[in-house]
Design a protein around this ligand. Structure first.
Ligand code: F6R
Length: 244
């Protein structure tokens, strides 16, 4: 629990930077699972700053994003491809071929095979070293909405009404928010060697309490993180304010 989200974001950025530097010394890749949304943006600002100061290179970094709306054109202003370029990738020296973001622009009959391949690609590089997460008011991690199983893998899901309402202002109305998304599964996330979930503000305090102190259950997928051996919640005081 940190004093504010700025200091908290800096601590996460430092942790990611040390992993990248450590792997670089070993001549290895660092494999990062990344999230979009308002929560990780300050942390991405710090990573960009470290790079601009010459302290951090992303040449040895491979990334896999958690999710993308479906359908979604990659160059749409609403796409997570655009989000990641704007907040991180356009400002660092990552190799473009090392970036993976679920493709929201597939035909329905291509999705299943695509999701299997996404899982395979994660496996092929040795799994995720660190998975960064936010949390939705439904308790979703990635877009694993209530009802998602512990062993779920990358797949096409239907977004919860609450999630679509939360996205409505970005899309100029709920009716414009896509009804579906491709997301890594709970199982994909749980396979990461380390998980860092960030949450800021009072609006997240109730769901943080559920996730940390509630009974482990499918109706609040973030509770599954209680099973993980190496999972850290990084919070500001407001997000932590309902914890006992
Ligand atoms: C985004 C994602 C979502 C968000 C969550 C919180 O890639 O997977 O789980 O992390 O909806 O969103 P914000 O950060 O906007 O509150």
């Amino acid at each position: 629990i940190h004093e504010d989200s700025n200091i908290a974001s800096l601590s996460v950025a430092n942790e990611i930077a040390s992993l990248i530097n450590q792997k670089q010394k070993q001549g290895k890749h660092a494999v990062l699972g990344l999230a979009t949304g308002s929560t990780p943006t300050k942390m991405y600002d710090y990573l960009v700053q470290f790079h601009k100061e010459g302290r951090l290179s992303f040449k040895n970094v491979i990334t896999f994003n958690l999710d993308e709306y479906f359908p979604m054109e990659p160059d749409s202003i609403h796409s997570y491809v655009r989000f990641m370029n704007e907040h991180l990738f356009d400002h660092i020296d990552i190799e473009r071929h090392n970036i993976h973001i679920p493709n929201g622009n597939l035909n329905r009959d291509e999705v299943r095979k695509y999701c299997e391949d996404y899982e395979q690609k994660i496996q092929n590089v040795g799994g995720l070293d660190i998975q960064v997460l936010g949390i939705g008011r439904t308790g979703h991690i990635g877009f694993n909405e209530p009802g998602s199983a512990l062993n779920s893998k990358t797949r096409l899901i239907r977004l919860d009404r609450v999630t679509r309402l939360d996205a409505a202002s970005d899309f100029f109305g709920e009716e414009n928010v896509p009804k579906r998304a491709i997301t890594m599964g709970v199982g994909t996330i749980m396979d990461a060697k380390k998980i860092i979930l960030m949450a800021w503000g009072e609006g997240k305090s109730e769901i943080i309490k559920q996730a940390v102190e509630g009974k482990i259950r499918e109706s609040v997928p973030a509770t599954f993180l209680q099973h993980h051996e190496n999972c850290e919640f990084v919070l500001d005081g407001a997000a932590a304010s309902s914890l006992t």
